[in-house]
Ligand binder design. Sequence first.
Ligand SMILES: [Mg+2]
Length: 254
Amino acid sequence: MPLNLSRAISLFHPKPISRISMANISSLTTSHPTTSPPRKRLRGVVFDMDGTLTVPVIDFAAMYKTVLGEEEYRRIKAESPSGIDILKLIENWSPEKQRKAYETIADYERQGLDRLQIMPGAAELCGFLDSKKIRRGLITRNVKDAVDLFHQRFGMTFSPALSREFHPYKPDPAPLLHICSTWQVKPDEVIMIGDSLKDDVACGKRAGAFTCLLDESGRYDSPEYANVDHKPDVKVSSLTEFYSLLERHFDLEP
Ligand SMILES: [Mg+2]
């Protein structure tokens, strides 16, 4: 019996994904009476780092409050339903104010590094991608030192691995387009996975890639995210679920 991809994904998905656009998935499937629907070809996977390949340990809300002040934080948060872009906000500050803000951010990131843990399922997923010879890239708004430490601790290399030093950073599509061009693959042959709607999904969608939101806690089911500009093609609650998604619904061909 032919398998409908969007239905199949809904079936193994633990939560309803009504707010997630399934348009791309649906468009990949055509009804065919005797064979399975065509599977989407994937040649590369691009990962976010913090909160995706590593367990989320950075308290972003506390970081933003320290940088912006409590009152300004609340004002900006109310205006930005999908999340605060702290790096962009401080771009136009005076040099002195900006320096202090970067110091605060770096402090929080350092504390995060001290508690760095690899996300459950990450090693298995990467082993699976390696067995299929599928490229693995990484894009983070964190600094290069954090990526270097992650590579050392994880023992697996992502290449290219673009950090904050690569401009413009996520949610601009530039880093993802750069990776595609380095790999010599088209953006629609790549999937971007991350835990941030405003950075990872936005970057992936703008670049024309397939996007997967990692939402461990189901926080993106909250009504405040109902009307955001960029919606993921699919949502998973763990890397193990992402592994299943890749295995069942995509042709992984280098
Ligand atoms: Mg993240």
